[in-house]
Design a protein around this ligand. Structure first.
Ligand SMILES: O=C(O)CCC(=O)C(=O)O
Length: 259
């Protein structure tokens, strides 16, 4: 069956080349105003109904419990953009709202996503669509990247961080970070950027009065094999476009029907 296509712009071949070279790409809008409003109301609801003690930076895999988010994760504009970067056979790997409240929003330490997914994905080839639900700039802790670091697919060294001080419990060692090369990705609400799983990135705390919420939507070519770590690894992946190229090794969950 032919995939439904969108009329939204997709990365040009030059932009796709820049993505491959730098490991990230700043891009424009994917959703219209109405869709963005709906996504925004969904995150507002998730924050209002957070279990006691859970912070809004930690809304990981919200689409497992809230299938209404599949509408955004399988949106033709998103998949067309992703297809321009990784090809037409696409697995939805994960999603995460990282919402930093104004005032005490937590930083995200320097890391590569690949370091968190080792042992489960083979090979680790993931593109993250980082969608700015709120305007995201230096003031409220926008994403920061170190261009080109995704070319070095090496073992990196981390050190522990004080509990509760960061979205993660560890950070890359100082000698892994060249501060002079850091690029801040400032986005208007509704705009997005893409980044490669091997790129070093992070973000500063949010001491401003404005919330900074990003929705990370993560995709991989369907040739990547997802192997759960064991019976306790209940993570679910979805074949969202094209065909399975994992040779039947990745087990997919059926995409829930829209309600
Ligand atoms: O939202 C942030 O500040 C960091 C996002 C991030 O680490 C990611 O998308 O992999």
């Amino acid at each position: 069956m032919a995939a439904m296509k969108s009329s939204q712009p997709i990365p040009t071949p030059e932009q796709a080349e820049a993505y491959r070279r730098e490991g990230y790409l700043r891009f424009g809008q994917l959703f219209n105003e109405e869709e963005l409003g709906e996504l925004s109301r969904t995150i507002d609801y998730l924050i209002e109904t957070l279990p006691k003690g859970k912070r809004p930076e930690h809304l990981d895999v919200p689409h497992f419990d809230h299938p209404c988010l599949m509408k955004f994760l399988t949106h033709p504009a998103v998949l067309d953009a992703v297809e321009a970067l990784i090809g037409p056979d696409i697995t939805l790997w994960s999603s995460h709202f990282i919402s930093k409240p104004g005032g005490d929003g937590l930083p995200v330490s320097w890391h590569t996503d690949a370091d968190y997914w080792k042992g489960r994905l083979q090979p680790i080839e993931v593109v993250t669509v980082w969608l700015a639900v709120d305007r995201s700039n230096r003031e409220n802790g926008c994403m920061r990247v170190i261009p080109g670091t995704h070319h070095e697919r090496k073992e990196r060294r981390y050190r522990d961080l004080p509990e509760g001080s960061n979205v993660f419990g560890t950070t890359l060692e100082e000698n892994e970070i060249d501060e002079a090369k850091v690029v801040d990705i400032e986005l208007e609400a509704g705009e997005c950027s893409f980044h490669d799983a091997w790129l070093i990135h992070g973000s500063l705390p949010n001491h401003s009065p404005r919330r900074r919420c990003g929705y990370t939507m993560r995709y991989m070519p369907s040739s990547v094999v997802f192997a759960p770590l064991g019976p306790r690894d209940t993570h679910k992946v979805f074949l969202v476009r094209g065909k399975d190229l994992s040779g039947g090794k990745t087990i997919y969950t059926e995409i829930p029907k829209p309600v």
